[in-house]
Design a protein around this ligand. Structure first.
Ligand SMILES: [Zn+2]
Ligand SMILES: [Zn+2]
Length: 348
């Protein structure tokens, strides 16, 4: 089959590799109908996250079950399914604590990733899904791939970011970062009834979409975002700041921008082992900080009805749908923010 392999910094290639097959009796093999390039794939693409040359990329995928191991009960051949980006057993202490990203059986593995046991990714024609009963969620026929796919990663992450912010009706919210996760955090924030939502970025077409999704744009090129947010909130700052970038500067700005006693919720993926942290300001502000990798498995089922009725519209961030063979171009335009790219889907 065809799959997208990492070959070096800025170098992903379409390669022919053997089809995956059932290894454990709890496995499924899924024929992929849609996958996507995620912002965190760019960490690998840039060599900031170590992956072996030849590793198959991608952790956002969905498709049709083609084969199941003899112990799989909950799904069967022909089922249309989505799976979360992290691989979990559903049975260990961490899975039972509803922290599947901390699964000790898989060593916190991510499809196509560098943690724990290594599993090939989903930018491919097929994928082996371990612990298929726990991992695969069936998707109703009326929910197209474009609306269902992001349940496994960026929609759940964006929603969790908003939820962790503890937004209350009437609050003012600021979202730092208008990439795919930030835009879905923005959409999700609206479900909690804020009076106003600001979106901070410097990429004009992304700010424009944020505005269409109900946010007031804050352009980083027009000056200090903290000052701009203060000016727009009578000097007090937003009640809740959602951080969806994963770098030192926006993280510090989120802490500096939030009002006294407010909440900063951070879901940006940090590549640095440690970053500067305005600890004194955070302390004297009495703020709440919530951060972490999203336990997406927990969100797939509860968010599905919100997508079905259109209260969440994840497909609005899709800008490109490319054949799998064009994945190298998909990575390049997403990485360089060319051709107004926000979210790139790949069709095997
Ligand atoms: Zn991702
Ligand atoms: Zn587990």
């Amino acid at each position: 089959m065809k799959a997208i392999a990492f070959r070096g910094v800025g170098d992903v290639r379409v390669e022919s590799i053997p089809d995956p097959r059932i290894v454990e009796p709890t496995d499924a093999v899924v024929r992929i109908t849609t996958s996507a390039v995620c912002g965190s794939d760019l960490h690998q693409y840039h060599g900031r996250a170590v992956v072996e040359p030849g590793a198959i990329m991608g952790h956002e995928f969905m498709g049709i079950v083609e084969d199941v191991g003899r112990d799989v009960r909950a799904i069967s051949r022909g089922d249309r399914v989505v799976a979360p980006f992290s691989i979990s057993c559903g049975r260990c202490e961490w899975c039972l604590r509803r922290l599947p990203t901390q699964c000790s059986t898989t060593g916190r593995a991510v499809f196509g990733g560098r943690f724990g046991k290594q599993f090939p990714g989903g930018q491919a024609e097929r994928i082996r899904v371990p612990f298929a009963d726990h991992m695969c969620e069936r998707i109703p026929a009326d929910l197209g791939d474009e609306r269902a796919l992001f349940l496994g990663d960026i929609l759940s992450t964006g929603y969790a970011c908003a939820e962790n912010g503890g937004i209350r009706p009437g609050d003012t919210v600021a979202v730092f970062g208008c990439g795919p996760v930030g835009l879905l955090a923005l959409q999700s924030a609206h479900l909690f009834g804020p009076a106003r939502v600001f979106a901070v970025d410097r990429v004009d077409y992304r700010l424009k979409l944020a505005e269409e999704l109900g946010a007031t744009p804050v352009d980083l090129d027009r000056g200090d975002p903290i000052e701009q947010l203060r000016a727009a909130t009578a000097g007090r700052g937003p009640d809740v700041v959602l951080e969806a970038v994963g770098h030192e500067i926006p993280f510090a700005q989120a802490i500096q921008a939030v009002r006294a006693g407010g909440t900063v919720s951070s879901v940006g993926v940090y590549v640095e082992a440690s970053i500067g942290f305005p600890a004194r300001e955070a302390f004297f502000k009495d703020l709440t900080l919530k951060m972490g990798i999203c336990n997406a498995r927990n969100y797939i089922v509860p968010l599905m009805p919100l997508v079905r009725v259109g209260k969440l519209q994840p497909a609005r961030i899709i800008t490109h749908t490319l054949p799998l063979a064009d994945a190298p171009r998909g990575y390049a335009i997403f990485d360089r923010k060319e051709d107004r790219a926000i979210k790139v889907l790949l069709k095997p």
